[in-house]
Design a protein around this ligand. Sequence first.
Ligand code: HEM
Length: 459
Amino acid sequence: MTTPVVVLDRYDDVTAALADPALVPVPAEPGPPGGVAWLRATVARFSAGGTHTGRRALVEADLARLDPARLRLAAAAGFEADARLRAVRVLAQALGLAEPEAVARAVAVVAGAYFADRPEDREADAAMAWLLPRMLPDAAEPSPEHAANRIGLLVQACDATGRLVDHARRAAAQGAPPAGLLAETLRQDPPVRAMRRQAVRATTVGAVAIPAGAEVVLETAVAAAGCPGAPTLAFGAAPRVCPGREHALALASGILHGASEVPASDASDRTGGAPVGAADAAAPSAAPVGAADAVAPAADAPATDGRDPAEVVTAMVGHVLALAAGWTDWDGRPLTADGRTYTPHKAIRRVTDHLIDHLAELEARLAGEATRPDHWHASAVTTPADLAPFTAADLDEARSRLTRLGRVWAVRLAALTPAQLDRSPGTGWTFRQLAFHVAESAYYADAVGDLTRQDKVGS
Ligand code: HEM
């Protein structure tokens, strides 16, 4: 006997069906312990009733440990071209798993078989055999059900997040504005377009009678498109709404925009109100591909004056190095400015990276290229190297590095025509404004300040 199939594509019907306890995910057929079929039969995603509730709680407990803002930063810092691998690697790392890159590769293999009703895939079973013992490194007696649901969490994240990033990139390439890119992609081109349910008993959805045993196809993308303004169905709906939606958005936004959009709590990387560095969302010059066309409001543009922009940059370098001369006396205690931690090495790092970043932007725009996504963590991180003592040798290296970099800027700016300086090619601030903006890097050195020991002054 063939199974009746009911297709629902009206918004109200789809949300009612998602909330109807008579309609459950098509149950997974069990398979040999530890394989993909066993995984499907053991995860929240294909369970129902009280079993679903318990398994979902395992996933939610894992997800509660992961701060979306941190995930975004970690995703921004990754270099895997494949967004699926980057998303899963970041999650695996955040969960404290060893070998996160290998975990991501294995999860991608499992994901290929996970949504098949009868997953017969030896490669995916082998990936499962490798993954399973690695899922709960801290548990004295690892629970197979918890381990399965942790794999389930990673597998659910894998393709869906990767597709969201791919779809958003496609939309950006077709001219979609960067503001609200992810939300708009979820609305217009969602990664998950439909879901399936099975009727465990006869039920009625809207005006549609669904016989027991029927398969129900929920066309979520079509339903959402027919009801503009209604909440998205891209992540499903209660009571099985995707528990990883915040994490998915954080990962996707990190991968798409680099570290440009720092978490709100870290968003104070500024000089006197003006954005500094590639890690500042407001700096159009630092905007990544796709977001590169986000022209900043004129009010955000750095102020310029009659000074030669080349001299403005080299004077900033001179100021930084003059302060740095006293940093060999630093007592090792980090300093704070605008709620952020600074040290001598960190100040040099930020000044250097800021000069490099905008030079790369300037050269790309002169060459007619779009600016590339950035991956700076900028002042949001303080690395172990930032905390190291600042020795006389470090000072010497900083002098050579920054002086040369200042010269590169000066030579480049001097070679520009007035038109290139003030009606610069590409999107963003003019090159004159960029030079004055880069000169604001003095902020980082000022945050550390003059550390010359009083007893040395004048000696
Ligand atoms: C853009 C990315 C994502 C999309 C569009 C998405 C979408 C969905 C949808 C539609 C469901 C519900 C399926 C149903 O009701 O049958 C779901 C479930 C689920 N998602 Fe996501 N998801 C995404 C990313 C993630 C991420 C990053 C995680 C984990 C970090 C995750 C974990 C889960 C889990 C564990 C379930 C099963 C929940 C349950 O059955 O109770 N998802 N997801």
